[in-house]
Design a protein around this ligand. Sequence first.
Ligand SMILES: *Cc1c(COP(=O)(O)O)cnc(C)c1O
Length: 388
Amino acid sequence: MLIKAAARLGLLPPYLFAELDRVKREVQQTGVDVISLGIGDPDLPTPGFIVEALKRAADDTANHRYPDYQGLDRFRAAATGWYRRRFGVSLDPAREACALIGSKEGIANFATAVVDPGDIVLIPDPGYPVYYSGCVFSGGEAYFMPLRAENGFLPDFGAIPGEVARRAKLMWLNYPNNPTAATVEPEFLRQAVEFCLRNNIILAFDIAYSEIAFDGYRAPSVLQIEGARECAIEFHSLSKTYSMTGWRVGFALGNAALIAALGAVKTNVDSGVFQAVQEAAIAALDADDRTVREYCSIYQQRRDLMVGALREIGLECAPPRATFYLWAKVPQGYSSTSLTEQVLRRAGVVITPGSGFGKCGEGYVRFSLTVASDRLQAAVERLRALRL
Ligand SMILES: *Cc1c(COP(=O)(O)O)cnc(C)c1O
């Protein structure tokens, strides 16, 4: 029998990274010690007190059963409590919060919850690929909002045609941003809320990097903006803040009807977050921010090391105020993929082509600061020797 996958899988973009993976294996086979600055996955370990909380909770047989779909009451209270201390806004843990099996899960399922076939979804370009997958899986039509350097990598709401705005059901925004590392001030979020309320658009804000910030920058939340609770939902993750990418835990906060719609999808496709993981997440959210600050200062040192080195070798890159990424312009004569391939073949360093995040990412590459400084230093030396 000939197996034919669903047509929707054909709507996903070709996997740009497959070719890079092939070249990476080829380079490794020649004996090169490849340094990967490709993936955004923290090398720093999950803080010990969180691991200990998991160990204790894993021994409790009450945690071996199916968890609550929306998350333990105590988990949701810990999430809204953390949110109130951090952002100064009180939310109802019972109606305005929902546990997620990592925020990627929530982001993908949210499209199923609110997008009907033919609806337009406004998606930043470049952007995290899951916004687009969720859109096409639910039959939506993507409209890409270009993020350009001259606008500080913010979308220009005024450039969205009236007809598109009228048909749009959902808008995705993500700040601090992956992959551009751009940040926003509350005024931009105010404009976003105003645009969405005026056009009846649901605003989904991905805030996975809110705590990875430097130089005193404090990332704003969209739910701090007046009127946002009428139209907005926000996706938080423990993955980057506490180096917990493998644990799969995050949470959504915001408009109660949007939380309920997302919960209705989740009730039908998953059975919640392992309760022992929720207990560990509660320990993380209830703790002071000492380890978070310590980790940020490590990322900041790496950032300064790398930005300086990249500039010396002709890769223009502004030091970001948040995230553990550097978004660098490729030098004259290269494209995103040709530079990426050169750097991999000739220096044994993996970086990510900006074009992998969308058309407007062309002309840029992303460096992830998720390797120890000595490896980063080694990568810098190899890049220097390249004489691009
Ligand atoms: C890492 C990341 C996420 C999701 O992380 P989870 O591990 O699924 O919580 C979401 N959005 C962006 C932009 C990310 O970079």
